[in-house]
Design a binder for this molecule. Structure first.
Ligand SMILES: NC(=O)c1ccc[n+]([C@@H]2O[C@H](COP(=O)([O-])OP(=O)(O)OC[C@H]3O[C@@H](n4cnc5c(N)ncnc54)[C@H](OP(=O)(O)O)[C@@H]3O)[C@@H](O)[C@H]2O)c1
Length: 235
């Protein structure tokens, strides 16, 4: 069912995007991954397991609409189509409203919210051709606010609302839209280095498995918003 289909994944150099890329490759899909530098994207692509011809590494900063349009055009040129767009790229700045800077606010919104708008906007036309799928990676921080989270919460609450409205806009074209809202995932997020103490967290490959399950659901069914969290709390 997924074999031969093409996915475009923003922020696939590490963490959740990388885990999704590997899971889709394992199902016989072709994948394009992006990062802010071509070097990082190519380095990550080289470590993905699978048919080399099924993997494309691209540089694109999601804060630029033109960059996202160019990246998706490159995917269509290389693989002929786009079936799945995963808007995953994201960052976090965490500080109280007294301390968070304008630059940190802007980078958070430009990446996590406007960046997803750019990715989705660039993906709509090719996805109309394939009656494809858009998945955005939001967060439980898109439904639960916390101290020092003003910029991140604003970006993720916004992203959840954005994705649900887009889901209603695109359903009529046969394009499905889902937002995944993970809790703690063992990634490099916020300068973290994954380690043994992260064993209780969701692992990136688990989000990959979830994406595969979503894509393989009976097409009459659309899980529009999914909260996912570690089954056991941290000790
Ligand atoms: N980890 C968690 O606990 C958790 C929980 C809920 C939601 N999330 C969300 O999951 C998504 C992925 O994060 P992660 O946890 O996997 O973190 P990560 O390991 O730090 O990976 C982030 C990815 O996003 C890319 N990226 C960042 N800014 C970008 C930009 N402007 N343009 C293009 N790519 C960009 C990075 O690529 P380069 O650095 O190579 O540019 C990297 O590939 C984010 O949206 C995050 O908010 C994470």
């Amino acid at each position: 069912m997924l074999k031969g289909k093409v996915a475009y994944i923003t922020g696939g150099t590490k963490g959740i995007g990388y885990g999704i890329a590997q899971a889709l490759l394992d199902k016989g899909m072709k994948v394009a991954i992006t990062g802010r530098s071509l070097q990082a994207a190519e380095k990550a692509a080289a470590t993905l397991k699978g048919d080399r011809a099924a993997i494309l590494a691209l540089e694109s900063d999601v804060s630029s609409l033109a960059a996202e349009q160019n990246a998706i055009a490159a995917v269509v040129q290389q693989f002929g189509q786009v079936d799945v767009v995963i808007a995953n790229a994201g960052i976090g700045h965490f500080a109280s409203i007294e301390n968070i800077s304008e630059a940190q606010w802007k980078e958070t919104i430009d990446t996590n919210l406007t960046g997803v708008f750019h990715t989705v906007k660039a993906g709509v036309d090719p996805l109309k051709q394939t009656k494809g799928y858009i998945i955005t990676i939001a967060s439980l921080a898109g439904a639960n606010f916390f101290e020092n989270g003003s910029a991140y919460n604003a970006s993720k609450f916004g992203l959840v609302g954005f994705t649900q409205a887009v889901m209603l806009d695109l359903r009529k074209y046969g394009i499905k839209v889902t937002t995944i809202m993970p809790g703690s995932v063992a990634t490099h997020f916020n300068n973290h280095t994954p380690n043994d103490a992260d064993a209780w967290k969701i692992q990136p490959e688990d989000i990959g498995e979830l994406v595969v399950d979503i894509l393989q659901l009976n097409p009459r069914t659309l899980p529009s918003k999914i909260e996912v969290r570690p089954s056991m709390p941290s000790k």
